[in-house]
Design a protein around this ligand. Structure first.
Ligand SMILES: *Cc1c(COP(=O)(O)O)cnc(C)c1O
Length: 401
């Protein structure tokens, strides 16, 4: 009898008792709105913003309703207008081009390479071809490019960088936290990311003007003096009439459950690394399977695992996914013809009139993805790797036999 994995790939850990107590406290006093505070209490949201800014080592942080909201808010705060081209990765999740489209701006896709990051030659070419002044750089699945090179290319063409750190919260590049390389960055606290408040997100920057714009955009009702990790009144005064209120605030209930989670994040990142290492060890030297080469400067958060079945036929890739599925290992494929689960790819975003991107097509055709929730143990990760290894080997042998 072959072994079957019994765990759930979508089950996160429960909310801790400390966080539950903090939530109950907010429920008991009833002041859920972030600006509903009393004299001796700054409120959970303002304190969370201060703590998240300190965690990253940045000056300003605005907590918002979702990661996708943070992305659109970032674009507006950077002054993007309808019709403006905005560069972004061909391999990312649907809310990224969605945020660009929500402003009436135009996504300009940059090729994704076999390291699952931006192809930097194509970035340069697309900057010149489009005249874009913004790169929304999505660290999709936690994979980061050589950030020194990205920033050099962008600086040479006056392109501002907004980092999408939905999958890199807790990661770093070149010893600096992910999200501190660009002019601003966005995070998600949605259930499947690295902190869990159901929905939620952060926008962070060191730029006082951009930060003031983001606070006003988020729906501050001119109560920006109740923020801690925000610029002073002098940075708001010149712009208040120019910035529309597009409500997307975080509330004190979510912030209350996020603050204890943020303290635990470094320990969680270490646990994810153990899971990710166990799968890597188990899949090493599997015939036909290519592991992803990380950029040497990157410290990734191992909350998901990717590998490539390069140059495999679609039928054979699907056979692996089906065979692993019957043994309890839930894999997703980014090469499918139609969008399925979370695995839509750039060609599926017809509204963005995607071009043909041969390098990305080749990579995505062989790209297999799997979540690694912290409800898994390292032994689970070893078992998962054994199952994938066996099924990939079986299909590969059949195909080449
Ligand atoms: C989840 C995600 C987002 C958006 O986060 P939400 O909080 O779900 O809006 C943005 N970018 C990437 C790469 C994501 O995976």
């Amino acid at each position: 009898m072959s072994e079957t994995f019994k765990g759930s790939f979508t089950q996160q850990e429960p909310i801790s008792e400390v966080a539950i107590e903090a939530a109950v406290k907010v429920l008991r006093h009833g002041r859920l709105h972030r600006y509903n505070v009393v004299a001796d209490d700054a409120g959970e949201v303002a304190q969370l913003e201060q703590e998240f800014a300190a965690f990253l080592g940045v000056k300003y942080c605005v907590a918002v309703a979702s990661g996708g909201y943070a992305l659109a808010c970032a674009l507006r705060a950077h002054g993007v207008k309808p019709g403006d081209p905005v560069l972004t990765n061909a391999f990312t999740l649907a809310p990224v081009p969605g945020a660009i489209a929500s402003l009436g701006a135009v996504p300009v896709f940059v090729e994704t390479n076999a390291a699952l990051t931006l192809d930097l030659d194509h970035l340069q070419a697309q900057i010149l071809a489009s005249g874009a002044k913004i790169l929304m750089l999505s660290h999709m699945r936690g994979h980061q490019p050589d950030m020194d090179r990205v920033l050099t290319i962008c600086a040479a063409h006056q392109v501002q960088v907004i980092e999408d750190c939905a999958h890199t919260m807790g990661g770093s590049w070149g010893g600096k936290p992910a999200g501190t390389h660009g002019l601003s960055s966005c995070f998600s606290t949605q259930t499947y990311k690295h902190l869990n408040s159901g929905e939620g997100g952060f926008f962070v920057t060191d730029d006082a003007d951009i930060a003031a714009r983001a606070v006003l955009l988020s729906g501050s009702y001119m109560l920006f003096d109740r923020h801690i990790a925000a610029p002073g009144p002098q940075d708001f005064a010149p712009i208040t009439g120019d910035i529309p209120n597009i409500s997307g605030r975080m509330d004190n209930l979510r912030a209350a459950i996020l603050r204890p989670q943020l303290s635990d994040l470094p320990a969680q990142v270490a646990r994810w690394a153990a899971l990710h290492d166990a799968v890597t060890q188990g899949l090493k030297d599997t015939p036909g399977l290519t592991l992803i080469n990380a950029d040497p400067g990157a410290v990734r958060v191992g909350s998901s695992f990717q590998f490539l079945l390069s140059d495999w036929t679609p039928d054979n890739v699907q056979a692996v996914i089906a065979r692993c599925g019957t043994r309890g290992v839930e894999l997703k494929w980014f090469g499918a013809d139609i969008a399925h689960g979370y695995t839509s790819r750039y060609e599926h975003w017809a509204y963005a009139k995607p071009p043909h991107l041969p390098l990305s097509d080749k990579v995505l055709a062989g790209l297999v993805d799997m979540r690694l929730p912290l409800t898994f143990s390292p032994r689970d990760a070893q078992q998962i790797a054994r199952i994938i290894r066996a099924e990939v080997s079986a299909v590969f042998q059949q195909a080449s036999g």
